[in-house]
Design a protein around this ligand. Structure first.
Ligand SMILES: [Cu+2]
Length: 332
């Protein structure tokens, strides 16, 4: 092999290396990927994607092969009968049968209209600019309010009852299944069945305003026992109801919009904060929950989330702000 040949060889290897790295890095971001299913409905979506892609590629190869053969192939006279048949089979029968088969396969995946089996649990979700109200329906019908973080038991079917109070949003957990719109004045129902434990990411999939892209939520799928203890903990009132932090929270007027059960229960404009300290993120998946981010949030929520429906508390004295931050982080 000459000098030039080796250089080309090198280039190919480098290209292959980049391609392989890109593909494996892509596989890392499986928190929010419809192609890394962690639920039954997502498995259907992924199967449908691969089936359609491979079938489409096959059809493309057949058509291109025929076209190349027509241009480059040996020219020899054909009978009129052969030509008629070729057009009939290649132009009518093959597309009709092929497309019908793809359609039937696709339709077979539609969820049943006559679902009668009860789900394992029911969660009421209200989408709002720009966060998620979530309430777990207990066996006794009593709802446990929380927000911006979903927990689900493994290998169970959850029914999401979706609506919105302002504009149209869409509830989507790519790793678990397809999306469903949350529409004001309407109730939509979506069922998802988890099949793999892990932490995933849900998002709003319908443009809803300036912070649409900052309207997400972590989804934790865990063993039935762990889920039960999480739910039991969410059912309890707040960890601390007295102290400087709780006082400052009340005095600053946070309670006009937020409920912290056991401390202040009148607010329903913003997310329930009863167990806020146990959440992974701040501002519906916008930032990891840390003391520094929380202090920034209180000073200028608008800088973190444009269009946010929470006023700034920049005038709060440092000592009070720090006490509130400490108090919120302890709400496990
Ligand atoms: Cu939205």
């Amino acid at each position: 092999m000459g000098q030039a040949g080796r250089a080309i060889d090198d280039r190919y290897w480098r290209l292959a290396f980049v391609a392989i790295t890109a593909v494996s890095l892509g596989a890392c971001s499986s928190q929010q990927s419809a192609l890394h299913p962690a639920g039954e409905q997502a498995r259907d979506v992924a199967d449908l994607f691969w089936f359609m892609t491979i079938s489409g590629a096959l059809v493309w190869c057949i058509v291109m092969g025929t076209a190349i053969y027509a241009v480059l192939g040996k020219k020899r006279p054909r009978s009129e009968r052969f030509a008629d048949r070729f057009v009939l089979i290649g132009g009518v029968v093959f597309p009709t049968v092929g497309l019908a088969a793809l359609l039937v396969y696709g339709l077979s995946m539609l969820p049943s209209w006559t679902e009668t089996e009860a789900p394992d649990l029911r969660i009421h979700v209200v989408a709002e600019q720009f966060w998620w109200r979530m309430a777990y329906e207990g066996a006794d019908g009593v709802r446990i309010d929380t927000a911006n973080e979903l927990h689900l038991p493994l290998n169970a079917t959850a029914e999401f009852v979706l609506t919105s109070t302002d504009v149209i949003h869409s509830f989507w957990i790519p790793s678990l299944g397809g999306k469903m719109d949350a529409i004001p004045g309407r109730t939509n129902v979506l069922r998802l069945t988890s099949s793999k434990a892990g932490v995933y990411r849900g998002v709003c999939a319908e443009f809803c305003g300036p912070s649409h892209a900052l309207m997400a939520f972590p989804v934790v799928v865990h063993e039935a026992d762990d889920f039960a203890s999480w739910l039991e903990q969410q059912r309890r009132p707040a960890a601390a109801s007295t102290g400087a932090g709780a006082e400052a929270f009340r005095a600053a007027g946070c309670g006009a919009c937020h409920t912290v059960r056991g401390v202040s229960e009148a607010g329903s404009v913003g997310p329930d904060l009863t167990h806020f300290g146990s959440r992974r993120t701040l501002g519906a998946g916008t930032l990891p929950l840390t003391a520094a981010h929380l202090a920034d949030w209180l000073v200028a929520p608008e800088h973190i989330k444009p269009g946010v429906r929470m006023p700034s508390f920049a005038t709060l004295p440092d000592a009070e702000r720090d006490a509130i931050v400490q108090f919120l982080l302890e709400l496990k």
